[in-house]
Design a protein around this ligand. Structure first.
Ligand code: C5P
Length: 413
């Protein structure tokens, strides 16, 4: 379930079209086993009903500050004390301005002012409102007051404008909360991850590739970041959003992926996780011009691609822990263990791609983790949950780093 299970969250919704994303966040938090109470401003109730939020949170929704029956249930001070964190998503320019000046003129701002718990705000507004110097000053003021500001994202807005001001996606908000409450198992660590397929060009318009979705690698990057790691994700062409706080480097071919990996592997990289489905071969030559069809058959000569994870494991810059993946259709243990040894890996995560419920394009996975010490089974679960479990196990295998070593007595010259 991860570290949000049984945590108490107040999710504050203010008036914006993005209020529906706040509702989705409540659903995701409940799925993680968290306890959620929702506060809605008057504006929020113009966009989405309290009944929806009540159904999603399983708790009465709080809307009024001066309401005797609500105060008799869980009063605003009790509510403020109940929370382990308060996240306002979406936070409008008006709510941000009121929070920045310490106003307490409705239930949401009163609870924000009264809570001893961390306060997080996820702004959502028109790009011009976001760029307005008044908003910038308010955001700076909130940061000075210790409030965490999440986002906003850039892109197309409900009003038709394009720019910064979109509410972060619910998944990204969840990841931020997870990071906030993470064990910090990978804090101070640098992790490099490969994900997705590679594309091997035949000519300027054609390529060889595979069906890898990149979902597993992206879930691992998200979990590593949530555990506090400085995370670099080197990705082949996929249709996935970059997890919040992760540095993403897009590549095409296996050679590009190798070059990006070598550039990302500084001497301080602790962990390398190769989840990419790298094409084993590439065309020996890439035609300069689009190839014309001629005969009934066509022969393509292919040449072997370098093995990225094996190259990393053998390099002088070898991170302290190197992990690979093995997708197999038979003799899972035998083949996986063989690859682990041949490629010089500390761990190989094997999955049975003959099963239809897990694997390449699925949202689910199940893994067998092979190490020299033995095998650990991760039972079928969502790729996000599997990624969290995998990261927790890998973190426990890392030697304490210097800045983690509290017993460093040092030697006098
Ligand atoms: O040998 P096989 O392709 O099954 O090995 C899979 C593992 O090796 C995965 O971790 C994959 O990312 C990695 N790999 C690689 N470079 C290649 C081929 C595979 O890093 N050229």
């Amino acid at each position: 379930m991860g570290h949000l299970s049984n945590r108490h969250f107040i999710i504050g919704l203010s008036g914006g079209i993005a209020a529906y994303k706040g509702a989705e966040l409540v659903r995701l938090l409940k799925k993680q086993g968290a306890k959620v109470r929702v506060i809605m401003t008057r504006g929020a109730q113009e966009f989405i009903t309290p009944l929806t939020l009540q159904a999603l949170s399983g708790e009465p929704v709080h809307t009024e500050l001066l309401d005797t029956s609500a105060e008799a249930g869980m009063g605003h001070i009790e509510l403020a004390r109940w929370a382990d964190a308060v996240l306002i998503a979406p936070a409008t320019a008006d709510v941000i301005a009121r929070l920045a000046s310490g106003r307490a003129d409705d239930l949401l701002t009163t609870v924000a002012l009264a809570t001893p718990a961390p306060l997080l705000v996820a702004p959502a507004m028109n790009q011009q409102m976001w760029r307005n110097p008044a908003t910038s000053l308010n955001i700076e003021q909130l940061k000075t007051l210790g409030v965490s500001v999440l986002g906003p994202a850039e892109g197309e807005q409900a009003c038709g404008d394009v720019g910064a001001g979109r509410l972060l996606e619910p998944e990204a908000l969840l990841a931020e909360l997870q990071r906030h409450f993470s064990s910090g198992a990978l804090s101070g660590r640098r992790v490099v991850i490969t994900a997705g397929p590679t594309r091997e060009a035949i000519d300027p318009v054609r390529y060889l590739s595979n069906h890898s979705s990149g979902k597993m690698g992206f879930a691992i990057a998200r979990a590593a970041r949530a555990a506090g790691a400085d995370t670099v994700l080197i990705s082949g062409p996929v249709h996935l959003e970059t997890p919040e706080g992760v540095e993403r480097i897009d590549v095409g071919s296996a050679l590009d992926m190798l070059a990006a990996t070598e550039a990302a592997l500084t001497t301080t990289t602790d962990l390398f996780i190769a989840s990419a489905a790298v094409a084993d071969y590439r065309p020996t030559t890439i035609a300069d011009q689009k190839m014309k069809k001629s005969g009934d058959t066509l022969q393509l000569e292919l040449v072997r691609n370098p093995d990225i994870v094996a190259t990393v494991a053998a390099s002088s810059n070898r991170p302290s822990y190197v992990v690979g993946f093995a997708a197999e259709t038979q003799h899972l243990g035998h083949y996986a263990e063989g690859k682990r040894r041949d490629k010089g890996l500390d761990m190989i995560c094997a999955n049975d791609v003959a099963r239809s419920d897990i694997g390449f394009n699925s949202d689910q996975n199940a893994l067998s983790l092979y190490e020299t010490s033995g095998v650990t089974e991760l039972a079928c679960a969502s790729k996000l949950v599997i990624a969290e479990q995998l990261i927790a196990i890998i973190a426990s295998r890392l030697q304490p780093s210097c800045d983690h070593d509290t017993n460093n007595e040092g030697v006098s010259p």
